[in-house]
Ligand binder design. Structure first.
Ligand SMILES: Cc1cc2nc3c(=O)[nH]c(=O)nc-3n(C[C@H](O)[C@H](O)[C@H](O)COP(=O)(O)OP(=O)(O)OC[C@H]3O[C@@H](n4cnc5c(N)ncnc54)[C@H](O)[C@@H]3O)c2cc1C
Length: 399
């Protein structure tokens, strides 16, 4: 029976809940806002299915194989604008829906929580575009629903964090030829509760109700992404990057992530997914012809199925083939877990007692230094030095 005594050993993928033949596992939130399995001991017959399916308890050995690497960008400007990088996921989704399949990925719901939904409607695809920087709620029926569709012979595209994809594959057991999986290079997943606190903070600070959020907006450029907030009264009133925005600062300070992210088992080059996608933040150097300020996506293809699909959908994007080693180029988020902030426990202790405004003011106040840095970044963007600074930063980081 699954028992979570060490939270760093549960990624919340829902495989255990989904496999339970007696439906006696539910996902419940802890006081940090992360979901964990909870077993109804009166119903459990100790069959052990939950332990056997856990992707952390049963990590699949990494073995090397031939891979293909590309930098791609969607041909449609509006799709690129809405996406985190080059909008590659949209191309895949569109291909699957046109062939009568189902797409399962992450959208923001009305409460601004990241949730997995499934759809067979092309008009829903745009909701998947863009990274939602918090752990998504997979839901009670998502994995079972995917299995039902696969068994019916429908093509299914599933996208999520590497741990969610591993959880799904472990749950399915069988290798379905009609399943396509996409994972991301994942920095980590912050707590949805901390995002709620942040929304409380901005609503109070700017005296408005937030009606739309974009975590990686490209108003200034792809190379200077910002959090975008839209208020009921003010409209689109806020664009602020990781140099000053309290939530993005918390995210990159590694202070509010799921405990398992600090010891992630799924950061690796050779994965079980078909595609791994991530930001091409070196677009100015690696693909200058794609450097239009709207972004490009790096992709690594792990399977023959993936290679065939990329050929089939070839007319919907621009593409440059790369050497695998070159595209990976010591990408730290692909291989290495982040160091947990020493202040994490203290931060979450405050989060349970303080309202959002007081929490953010205490931990991530916006000082004149932040405002100045923000203005300098805008200035660098205007005079065209942002690309240079970004590449310099990347060079220093990967040295
Ligand atoms: C939490 C998180 C951390 C990331 N960390 C990094 C990083 O460190 N380095 C890097 O290069 N790239 C990172 N990315 C990936 C990157 O931001 C882009 O998603 C990727 O470059 C593909 O962009 P795209 O424009 O092709 O597709 P998009 O249209 O932007 O891709 C959207 C896809 O991401 C999925 N998605 C969105 N939010 C979530 C979520 N919360 N959980 C699971 N899946 C989600 C959607 O289902 C959809 O399939 C991260 C993404 C997320 C969500």
């Amino acid at each position: 029976m699954i028992e979570i005594n060490d939270k760093s050993k549960c990624c919340g993928c829902t495989a255990c809940m989904s496999i339970c033949p007696l439906r006696c596992i539910s996902m419940t939130s802890d006081d940090e806002g992360f979901l964990y399995p909870s077993v109804d001991k009166n119903k459990c017959v100790q069959c052990g299915a939950c332990d056997k399916v856990c992707p952390i308890q049963n990590v699949v050995e990494e073995t090397s194989f031939e891979q293909k690497a590309y930098i791609v960008r969607n041909k449609n400007r509006e799709i690129k604008k809405a996406s985190a990088a080059g909008g590659f996921f949209y191309n895949l989704g569109s291909y699957v829906i046109k062939s009568g399949g189902v797409v399962c990925g992450v959208v923001l719901d009305e409460a601004f929580h990241a949730v997995h939904i499934s759809t067979d409607l092309e008009e829903d695809l745009i909701r998947f575009a863009g990274s939602k920087y918090m752990q998504s709620i997979v839901g009670n029926k998502t994995f079972a629903h995917i299995k039902t569709n696969l068994d019916k012979g429908k093509q299914v595209l599933f996208s999520g964090t590497p741990c969610q994809v591993e959880g799904l594959l472990s749950f399915l057991k069988e290798d379905y030829s009609n399943l396509i999986t996409v994972d991301i290079v994942c920095h980590s997943v912050p707590s949805p509760m901390i995002f709620d606190k942040y929304l409380e903070y901005v609503s109070k600070k700017y005296h408005d109700t937030i009606i739309d959020v974009h975590f990686r907006d490209k108003k200034y450029s792809y190379n200077f992404p910002t959090m975008k907030l839209v208020g009921r009264k003010k409209g689109e009133f806020y664009h602020c990057g990781m140099e000053a925005d309290p939530f993005l600062r918390a995210f990159f300070a590694n202070i509010c992530d799921r405990p398992s992210c600090y010891n992630c088992h799924f950061r690796k080059q050779y994965r079980r997914s078909d595609f791994t996608i991530w930001d091409c933040n070196t677009v100015a150097k690696d693909a200058p012809e794609f450097n239009d300020g709207l972004g490009a996506t790096k992709i690594l293809i792990h399977t023959e199925k993936g290679c065939n699909i990329i050929k089939e959908i070839g007319n919907s994007y621009d593409l440059i083939e790369m050497q695998t080693e070159q595209i990976i180029n010591r990408n730290s988020a692909m291989f290495k877990s982040n160091m947990k902030s020493n202040h994490r426990a203290e931060f979450f202790k405050d989060a349970t007692v303080l309202d959002g405004y007081s929490l953010m003011q205490k931990w991530f106040p916006i000082t004149w230094k932040h405002i100045l840095t923000h203005k300098i970044r805008i200035f660098l963007q205007v005079i065209g030095l942002q690309d240079f600074m970004r590449l310099l930063k990347h060079k220093i980081k990967t040295k």
